[in-house]
Design a binder for this molecule. Structure first.
Ligand code: COA
Ligand code: MG
Length: 295
């Protein structure tokens, strides 16, 4: 699995070695060891130790390993989060509650210092930004351009609802503007868009699948996960099906034939086709390839 494929990203508390070990065997695209809200305040120091040691000792296969640190506004915590986990060499960090580009720049500079200290390639540590406050949403344009390390914008619906005094609904309409803004800015600045976790663990898998499907329809290519059971469901939705791949291939072949004959627009299986549909077909093939499917 190429490292830039992030369909499911599974959170686990950074102080829970058992869950981290479980996560290592799930063939999930990304693992996120959390030091922020999934860890009790009294366990923050322990979580840094457990996370660093787990990174050093456990074999994670093809899964990308990320650490979610505490927000930059919490100066006491985030500095130690970076300092005390960097030796584990996670591929990157997830930064929560990002509200300004300066907050990402502070992290960027600190990582550059650490990369020098550890004599590893500058900018090899990547960043994912969680957008989960009203200020984060209104500053998306600047945040999206804040650091060359940035790979993805992630939408956090729970915190956003809390920040706005909104009430969470099952179809998430209260966060729709923000959810739409996150994916739009991600696409505008060549970043990945990753959707909020589905937190109802009693709900049927079909509900998670349907929610993930709706995110995919909006252009999201990944979703945060909180339980091993969610990984397969999410990764499946973000992997093009054999039927979709076959159709995309035939559509592109037909397009190329028409181009040779000087025809730009044509009818394919009863529908008009021109360049936007060809681009969409190419996107399906790219996503299939990055999910490890030979096309
Ligand atoms: N990562 C890895 N393994 C996990 C896991 C996760 N996120 N969630 C559960 N598991 C494991 C459990 O350890 C358990 O295995 P075990 O019986 O061998 O110990 C198995 O999967 C089944 O777990 P289950 O009993 O259904 O869940 P739980 O009650 O132990 O935990 C949560 C429920 C919500 C606490 C747990 O799923 C979790 O910690 N999720 C991540 C929370 C988080 O990081 N939040 C911050 C970001 S939103
Ligand atoms: Mg949050």
């Amino acid at each position: 699995m190429p490292i830039d494929t992030r369909r499911a990203l599974l959170f686990m508390p950074g102080d829970d070695r058992r869950k981290i070990e479980k996560g290592a065997h799930l063939e999930v695209d990304s693992i996120i060891m959390d030091l922020e809200d999934g860890v009790a305040v009294s366990n923050k120091a322990l979580a840094r130790d457990v996370t660093r040691t787990a990174l050093q000792e456990i074999t994670f296969g093809n899964s990308e390993c990320l650490v979610r640190i505490n927000p930059v506004t919490d100066d006491r915590l985030f500095q130690d989060d970076l300092l005390l986990t960097f030796a584990g060499r996670p591929q990157g960090y997830m930064i929560p509650k990002v509200e300004t580009p300066e907050q990402l720049q502070v992290i960027d500079q600190r990582l550059t210092e650490l990369e020098h200290q550890y004599q590893i390639a500058e900018h090899s540590t990547i960043l994912l930004a969680l957008i989960e406050t009203a200020r984060g949403v209104v500053n998306l344009r600047e945040i999206a351009q804040a650091s060359p390390r940035l790979r993805a914008l992630c939408f956090g619906a729970e915190d956003l609802a809390g920040d706005m005094g909104a009430i969470r609904t099952s179809d998430g309409w209260e966060g729709f503007y923000a959810k739409s803004a996150v994916v739009l800015h991600a696409k505008a600045f060549d970043l990945q868009a990753i959707d909020t976790p589905f937190i109802d663990l009693r709900a049927d898998d079909a509900l998670l699948s349907a929610e993930t499907e709706r995110s995919a329809q909006m252009g999201y290519t990944g979703k945060l996960a909180i339980h091993p059971r969610q990984v397969g469901v999410i990764q499946q939705v973000f992997t093009p099906t054999a039927t979709q791949i076959d159709r995309a291939r035939r559509l592109i072949a037909s397009h190329e034939e028409h181009q040779i004959n000087g025809v730009g627009v044509f009818v394919f299986e009863g529908k008009m086709v021109d360049m936007p549909m060809i681009r969409a077909a190419n996107t399906i093939l790219t996503r299939a390839r990055s999910a490890g499917i030979r096309v």
